[in-house]
Design a protein around this ligand. Structure first.
Ligand code: 5GP
Length: 116
């Protein structure tokens, strides 16, 4: 069993966070250090450390992360202009919190996907 991160405590509402959506599979909350006007993290309620740890049983929660991203993008009024979804994996991907999460970023032009 992988070690829990701060995200498990946020999901269980044991520590404060700006939770904007929660259902039986996923939770979404504002990033504490936003990199764009909209910066939301969408996480599965169960602990999956990285994309490398996903399996078929996780597909419902992982799929829900996308449909919730689309719903929240509409709510935030950034759907039409567009936005970016990012999942970092491990060291080279720049992952800092080892509870899989999708960044929903938008509200301004985001520039090139990678620094050149
Ligand atoms: P990663 O680099 O792992 O893809 O992204 C981790 C993200 O989690 C970062 O954008 C960071 O600002 C955010 N984060 C880390 N700790 C907390 C926290 O305690 N609360 C919230 N809301 N976001 C956090």
């Amino acid at each position: 069993m992988a070690d829990e991160t701060i995200f498990s405590k946020i999901i269980r509402k044991e520590i404060p966070a700006d939770i904007i959506y929660q259902d039986e599979l996923v939770t979404a909350f504002n990033d504490i250090n936003p990199q764009a006007p909209t910066h939301i993290l969408i996480v599965p309620n169960i602990l999956i450390p990285t994309v490398n740890d996903t399996n078929k049983e996780h597909e419902q929660a992982l799929g829900r992360m996308i449909t919730v991203a689309a719903k929240l993008a509409k709510q935030q009024d950034i759907a039409e202009d567009g936005y970016r979804l990012i999942i970092n994996c491990n060291k080279h991907g720049g992952q800092e919190v080892y509870h899989i999460h999708m960044h929903l970023l938008g509200g301004k032009p985001l520039g090139p996907m990678l620094t050149r």
